[in-house]
Design a protein around this ligand. Structure first.
Ligand SMILES: [Mg+2]
Length: 220
């Protein structure tokens, strides 16, 4: 069966996907594990209590884009050991999603991942979801100079690394704030989340990524 993209999407040559809570449901208990490991790390590295460590973690995420970016800015922390430590979690809480796999595989053009996690972590997640082997590129935080989304420099570095043309790209993300810069660059944006967050930089919203991707294709 031949799939073609319906007119609204015929300009798209590169399909960019966030990883966390975009390619698996936000109900999957992955982030709580990572957050707990971050709190452990901050507690021992800075010698603060767990309550203070959790407050700092949340504050850095809000003001710097990621906990790591705040740790680097405020304490000069080296990124790699931190990233390895906090991503050493149990991936068996994720289940394979063959329907999502088929919907992504059917998209014509390049498919790439752009995550604020690392590329090795992304591979662990993709394997656990049965979504590995589909991707032309996996761009991790290490490829953005450890500058996270939503910072403009993160998008500019990763878009340049990928070689994509923003006006010929679509991006799928659960974090509405991470779609503002792509929209400014000309990317078509899709907010993937249980609840809509209407804003001028959100072009589409879906609570069901698989159904949305199927709707992009007309089969015949
Ligand atoms: Mg995400």
């Amino acid at each position: 069966m031949l799939s073609t993209v319906i007119a609204d999407w015929s300009h798209v040559r590169t399909w960019v996907f966030d990883l966390d809570e975009t390619l698996y449901p936000p109900s999957a208990p992955l982030f709580p594990q990572i957050e707990a490991r971050m709190v452990d790390w901050i507690t021992s590295a800075l010698g603060v209590g767990r309550g203070e460590a959790d407050r700092l973690r949340a504050e850095w995420w809000a003001t710097h884009g990621t906990t790591l970016a705040g740790l680097m800015h405020d304490h000069g922390v080296a990124p790699e050991p931190f990233l390895t430590e906090v991503h050493d979690i149990d991936f068996s809480v994720l289940t394979p999603d063959p329907d999502l796999r088929a919907a992504i595989a059917a998209l014509p053009g390049r498919k790439v991942i752009f995550t604020n996690g690392t590329a090795p972590y992304a591979l662990d997640v993709l394997r656990a979801r049965g979504l590995d082997g589909l991707w032309d590129a996996i761009h991790g935080i290490e490829h953005a100079g450890h500058v996270p989304k939503p910072a403009p420099a993160a998008f500019d570095r990763v878009f340049a690394r990928d070689g994509l043309t923003p006006r010929a790209a679509a991006m799928f993300e659960d974090s509405a704030r991470n779609l503002r810069v792509p929209a400014e660059r000309g990317v078509t944006t899709v907010h993937v989340a249980p609840t809509p967050a209407p804003a001028p930089h959100i072009h589409h919203h879906t609570a069901d990524l698989t159904a949305f991707l199927r709707g992009i294709l007309s089969t015949g």
